[in-house]
Design a protein around this ligand. Structure first.
Ligand code: AMP
Length: 306
């Protein structure tokens, strides 16, 4: 089974109450691919960077089974750059700067070997680019998930709604669900959004976990209570990477399996926030992930005589 990942590969500048990380590695596709690489070694990235992006970082991704044939490197241009600052409670953040750079006129070209993926993760980036990728697929994948953010809702809502019509799973946070649906209640928001096209909706609520909605079903997965959240950047993308990596490795898209995938995604996200940038995600192994999954199971496991 193969997983096609589209998204930014970027530089970030991150301020948290714990410090300031300048020009560190970030980007939605980077986090997604790193998280998914613990579940599948058949990952193809479509993205673009400038010639300022370190080759060592690309080599590290290749070593993890990530194919970069669809990553364009633009000579003389700069990679996508995002700067953000987190509030003291670490839940809220302000975007201080978004420089599209190479992303501004990015035309994704899928190599032949990318055109029949089993699973597709359309990570956060220009909706028109997400659409262009779908247009190049030769067969309908088993599952298409899309992640996006308020930035694109503010400037490209119509294009975004067109892509949303063609996907199976949408992952957004609670504020974005409200913006997209025009409803404050998340249950009502889910009803509206599920009519826009996707079969499933995942609403991420940061330290308060994630909700999975289907037409007749709702599932809730908590976030792991952590003593210290160091840097929440990329948690949403890491969640998506764990979620899609697990689904790709199990090849099963029932609601029951999506529930498990949501918990795997939450487990990966709980690692991501423990250090700045992608640092923590790079040093995991299967035993650490298993141990973390056990913590999730114990967190919600209880006996009730009903
Ligand atoms: P998350 O914390 O999961 O929302 O993801 C943060 C990552 O998304 C950072 O590494 C940024 O490089 C990237 N990012 C920030 N803004 C955008 C945007 N408008 N489009 C695509 N990627 C973005």
């Amino acid at each position: 089974m193969s997983l096609l990942v589209v998204g930014t590969v970027a530089f970030d500048d991150i301020k948290t109450p714990f410090g300031h990380a300048e020009m560190v590695i970030g980007g939605a596709a980077t986090y997604i691919a790193l998280a998914a690489s613990y579940y599948t070694k058949n990952i193809n990235i479509v993205s673009v960077v400038g010639d300022d992006f370190p080759e060592a970082e690309l080599e590290d991704l290749r070593k993890r089974g990530v194919n970069l044939d669809g990553l364009q490197i633009k000579e003389g241009e700069k990679s996508f750059f995002w700067a953000g600052s987190y509030h003291d409670d670490m839940n809220g953040r302000d975007t201080l700067d978004t420089q599209l750079n190479v992303l501004a006129d990015f035309d994704p070209v899928l190599p032949e070997s990318y055109q029949t993926p089993d699973y597709v993760m359309l990570g956060n980036l220009t909706p028109a680019v997400q659409m262009r990728v779908l247009d190049q697929l030769k067969k309908r994948p088993k599952l298409i998930t899309l992640d996006t953010m308020n930035f694109w809702m503010d400037i490209a809502m119509d294009e975004l709604k067109e892509v949303i019509k063609r996907i199976d799973v949408l992952t957004i946070n609670d504020e974005e669900a409200r913006q997209l649906s025009g409803e404050y209640s998340l249950v009502k928001a889910a009803e509206v959004i599920l009519k826009m096209g996707p079969r499933y909706l995942i609403i991420k609520k940061g330290e308060h976990g994630a909700l999975l909605f289907a037409e007749e079903n709702i599932f809730f997965a908590p976030a792991l209570p952590l003593a210290q959240v160091f840097d929440p950047t990329g948690a949403g993308d890491t969640f998506a990477g764990g979620f899609m990596g697990y689904l790709t490795s199990t090849e099963e898209n029932s609601f029951e399996n999506l529930k498990r995938a949501v918990v795997y995604g939450s487990a990966m996200a709980s690692f991501c926030v423990e250090q700045f940038s992608t640092e923590r995600l790079k040093e995991l192994n299967d035993d650490m992930i298993l141990e973390r999954m056990n913590k999730f199971v114990n967190l919600v496991n209880f006996d009730a005589q009903l």
